[in-house]
Structure formats: structure tokens, C-alpha cells
Design a protein around this ligand. Sequence first.
Ligand code: NAD
Ligand code: UDP
Length: 312
Amino acid sequence: MSRIVVTGGAGFLGSHVCESLFARGDHVVVVDNLVTGDLANLEHLAGRPGFAFVQADVSRVLPVDGPVDAVMHLASPASPKDYLELPIETLEVGSRGTQLALELAREHDARFFLASTSEVYGDPQVHPQPETYWGNVNPVGPRGVYDEAKRFAEALTMAYHHRHGVDVRIVRIFNTYGPRMRPQDGRVVSNFLVQALTGQPLTIYGSGEQTRSFTFVDDEVRGILGLLDSSYVGPMNIGNDGEFSLNELARLVLEVTNSGSEIVYEPLPVDDPTQRKPDLTLARSTIGFEPRVALREGLVLTAAYFARRLGL
Ligand code: NAD
Ligand code: UDP
């Protein structure tokens, strides 16, 4: 049993990570300012022995008392809609927030785990993307606030490892979806499912020929815990290496929701990556990771969640 601090634990992915840690017997301290998170995501853990919640902006303070065996830094706006509305806050939580989380780990001689992103590859010119690819990011474009924050966070994490001997893990997460996403979060899976379920048009940005690799949250969390428990230091891709165009995703969403919604095409956001797919060789060979939930199956499960949440 370990006592693990999870920044951003009230968010979509963080709440699932906390649940899995708790289920295996770890104690969990969530630190979150609720900027994009929701306490309702943690209501089944609240009040249980071994679980604690601290409301704080981790770019300013990280007030945790007692023993700490690991610090998992997941706090950050993650949806493009959110980080475009919170550009400075996103840069702060990736830089100052990451440093405070690393200092907490260093103080307790604890393991540090960083939630990084496939966005470090930007609009990739190597496909699929292995961890050795350095990426193609526009630092001054609108997405730069997120991409560069995460790239800085990775650099800082490795600097604490080399300079101070902190035991670190870095996961590069590829588009993850599932229950507890906010209906208005702005990401494509939540947008399409909510639109399909409520009879509104599905909004495809650009031609819809850009691709993404979508990971169901249970697979992502299993990979995250596998990496946390491993001895591998350095970035590791965790995702699903199925690759779908947005046009294919829209058709699949209409099919699984049995929706008659039409599809409309809207302008492509600036610097929107044209393709994205993880090279999972490292994850497979190092921690035996294999995604299990196919996109269709994951969409069915997520559609059921949105239908319940929207009272349909
Ligand atoms: P989310 O927005 O649901 O969760 C982020 C959480 O961080 C929220 O609870 C929010 O309130 C909290 N937070 C943000 N800034 C904070 C601050 N300064 N202090 C304290 N708490 C703060 O997003 P998510 O999808 O759950 O993403 C979680 C992490 O995973 C993020 O670091 C994100 O960059 C990374 N990630 C997610 C995906 C994905 O597809 N979901 C992909 C790549 C990377
Ligand atoms: N997208 C879309 N319609 C939407 C929301 C997003 O076509 O309603 C596109 C977006 O332009 C991008 C892809 O879907 O090409 C994935 O977007 P998302 O915001 O989910 O994640 P990203 O991979 O861009 O961070």
C-alpha cells in the first residue's frame, strides 16, 4: 500500500486513476482547483478512509501533510477549448505546477509521474509517432500554450531526475475518451456523441480527413498504472494504435447511437494536427501493454454514460 498524491484527480482521467489506485489498496490525496474538474467525479471515494481532497491551485501551492510515496501530476486543462480559454493558467500548471509537484516528490523521496501528451509531437511528420520523434510544434501558435507547457514539463522532469535523482515516469497520452467526460468539454468524442444523442448536427472541423487514435479510458488507466509500477524512466506512449479519420468517427457515432443527425463541416482550427497514431513498441515490450477496447465498443459505453447524464 502506498500513499499517492494525484494533482488534477477531480478531472476526467484523474478520477479514473484515483479509483483504480484506491481499488488496489493505495491511499489517495487529490489536489485540484476544480477549474475543469468536478467533485462529483470523486463522490464514490469521498469520506472513505484513505482518501483525501485538497482544493488548491498547484501552480501556487501544493499543501500535502503526511507521508507521500508517489506524486502523479495530472493537473492541466486538456481540451483545446479549455486551454485556449486558459492560456496563461495552462503554461503555469505545466511549468510552476510541475516544479512544485517535483519538489514535493523530492522532499519525500517519492516517485514522480508526469501526464504528458501526444501533443508534444505537434503536427507530426513521422507516422506513427515513436517516443524518439522530437515533434513538430508551433511554439507561438494557439496550441503552443499546451504543447510547450508539456514539453517544458517533460524537460523539467528529466532535469530533476538527472540533477536531483528523483525517480520519474512520463506518459504520453493519446486522445482518451469515456465516462466522466464533460458533455460540453469540446473534444471531438464528447461533441459528436452529445450531438448525435440530442439530434443536433455533428460538427466536423475541416475536411474530416485528419486522423486520431482514440483510447478508451480503462485502457489508458491500465497503461498509466503499468508505467507507474515499472522501472522505466523516460517518456512512454500509451494509447490505442487504431487510426480513424474524423469522417469515420462521425459515421461510427451515428451508427452506435442510431441517430439521424446530419453532418456539417466547419473551419479547421489553426495548427490542427493532420495525423496522430502512437507507435506502441516501447509500451508493448517494456510493460506488456495492449489496448483492449475497440473504438466501437468504447463509443457504446460512452454513449450510455452521456445518455444517462443528459437524462435521455
Ligand atoms: P480534465 O480537464 O478533465 O482534468 C484536468 C484536472 O486538472 C481538472 O480536475 C482540473 O480542475 C485540474 N487542474 C487544472 N489546472 C489546475 C491547477 N492549476 N491546480 C489544480 N488543479 C488543476 O482533463 P483530463 O482529460 O482528465 O486530463 C488529465 C491530464 O491528462 C492532463 O494533464 C492532460 O494534459 C493529460 N492528457 C489527457 C488526454 C486526454 O485525451 N484526456 C490526452 C493527453 C494528455
Ligand atoms: N473536431 C471536430 N469536431 C468537433 C471537435 C473536434 O472535427 O466538434 C476535430 C478537431 O479539429 C481535431 C480532432 O477532432 O482534428 C480531435 O480534436 P480534439 O479536440 O478531441 O483533440 P485534439 O487531438 O485536437 O487535441
